[in-house]
Design a binder for this molecule. Structure first.
Ligand code: BJ8
Length: 425
């Protein structure tokens, strides 16, 4: 059966049959993993609606904005300062993909031994499955891991690309490099959109994105309570949707959801049984619709109360200082905030280890489930140091490497269940 959006998707050159099949699988997957949960919050209806319209309404909004002269800029990494895009009246959307669709096509132009996230975003583009990609006027990459930065060279043949250089260390010279790169990015976006970025516009964008981070931090803080008022799956979904929904609307909706959650806490109600074992997931980002591991964990008698990830705390931890009175100070404030991101692409990366330990204590977790995508060297290698540091603190740890396929679900269940049993004993 055709969709009301077929004409729009056709204009965007999607492969309509493959796209319809993808939406069908996604709908089923969402039903099994999300809609089957007991006692969901009223506020999750908004998220369910956004998912049901994942390639519909938001794309229509983007198309409308484009017809009014606005530019859509896609990003893959939380290092790209979105504030600059919004301040130039552009629209930023996160493009990281969390599904296997298009993998075969990606493997025609890339080595097989790359992480699923990279193969997924390339596959979505090559298989013509993603209307967000097709709505982008510019795609911004960054020099983080080798897999991404070398892929962008190839990917530039398929999409208009711009690559930001991200330092790999955090010394004075690295900070200066990041500042120069933010300014180079600002110039690029100004010339690309034709809009000079004023101090007022940048300040407004900083406030808007800080508000989005604040509401996500509020949500996260509420998860310190026990019984836990929201499942980890729902919290992850909210973080995933934050990357492409309209930021002001999203903040408003999640703020209402937080009110509901606080009320739930006041009444002493939880979203999961009180006996559920509190755990943290730490590591690689989980892009939408990568829900496999949280689902396995939460079907094994545990509840995820914290995501130490870019689709989680790494994206919301630091705020940009809003007190700047000049453009120069505001740029410095951006540099300050972005240089605190503790991605495993940095060396050394002690900050991340300290952040994991303090969150494990504050969120009172019984164990940390470290998650890396197969072939992700930064996070897999760093997991060894994370394990040692947690062992010194007496915090149980398990390392899980996986990908986007469903082939290892049973094996994951066995390992996760054994871990949960061990830490709940
Ligand atoms: S700031 S985590 S969003 S780079 S999983 S592609 S690292 S091989 S995603 Fe990331 Fe920015 Fe860092 Fe965050 Fe490479 Fe690893 Fe693949 Fe990864």
């Amino acid at each position: 059966m055709g969709s009301a959006y077929d004409a729009m998707w056709e204009r965007l050159n999607l492969d309509l049959n493959a796209h319809a099949a993808l939406l069908e699988v996604l709908g089923k997957f969402y039903g099994d993993i999300y809609l089957n949960q007991q006692g969901r919050l009223k506020g999750m209806e908004y998220l369910d609606f956004v998912i049901s319209e994942i390639h519909g309404l938001r794309i229509k909004e983007l198309q409308k904005a484009k017809s009014q002269g606005r530019k859509v800029v896609g990003t893959f990494c939380v290092f790209v300062p979105e504030e600059i895009i919004w301040a130039a009246n552009g629209i930023a959307v996160g493009l990281c993909a969390g599904a296997e669709a298009g993998r075969d096509k990606a493997e025609e132009i890339l080595p097989r031994n790359l992480c699923s996230l990279i193969k997924s975003f390339v596959g979505f583009k090559l298989a013509r499955l993603c209307p967000f990609f097709e709505s982008c006027d510019l795609v911004v990459g960054e020099t983080t891991c080798d897999g991404k930065k070398k892929t962008y060279e190839i990917f530039g043949d398929y999409v208009p690309m711009y690559v930001m250089e991200i330092p790999q260390m955090k010394q004075k010279a690295d900070r200066e490099l990041l500042r120069k790169e933010i300014l180079r990015f600002k110039e690029k976006i100004e010339s690309f959109t034709g809009n000079a970025i004023t101090f007022e516009a940048l300040k407004k964008a900083v406030k808007m994105l800080n508000d989005r981070r604040r509401v996500l931090r509020r949500l996260n803080k509420i998860r310190r309570n026990h019984p836990v008022p929201i499942s980890g799956r729902d919290a992850l979904l909210i973080n995933q949707i934050s990357f492409y929904d309209d930021p002001e609307r999203f903040t408003q909706q999640i703020s209402k959801l937080c009110d509901e959650l606080e009320e739930r806490v006041r009444q002493g109600n939880g979203a999961v049984p009180e006996s559920a074992v509190r755990v943290m997931i730490s590591g690689c980002p989980m892009a939408i619709p990568n829900w496999k591991l949280p689902y396995v964990i939460e079907s094994s008698g545990a509840v995820v109360v914290f995501e130490e990830s870019c689709v989680g705390s790494r994206n919301t931890r630091g705020l940009v200082d809003e007190s700047a009175e000049t453009m120069d100070d505001l740029i410095d404030a951006l540099v300050d905030r972005y240089s605190r991101i503790d991605c495993a692409c940095f060396t050394p990366n002690e900050e991340r280890i300290a952040n994991i330990i303090s969150a494990a204590k504050e969120w009172n977790v019984r164990g940390v489930i470290h998650y890396h995508l197969n072939f992700c060297q930064p996070y897999e290698i760093e997991s060894f140091r994370v394990e040692k540091a947690l062992a010194r603190e007496g915090i149980p740890f398990i390392s899980i490497g996986t990908d986007y396929s469903m082939e290892d679900v049973e094996q994951l269940k066995t390992r996760v269940q054994a871990f949960i049993e061990m830490i709940s004993a």
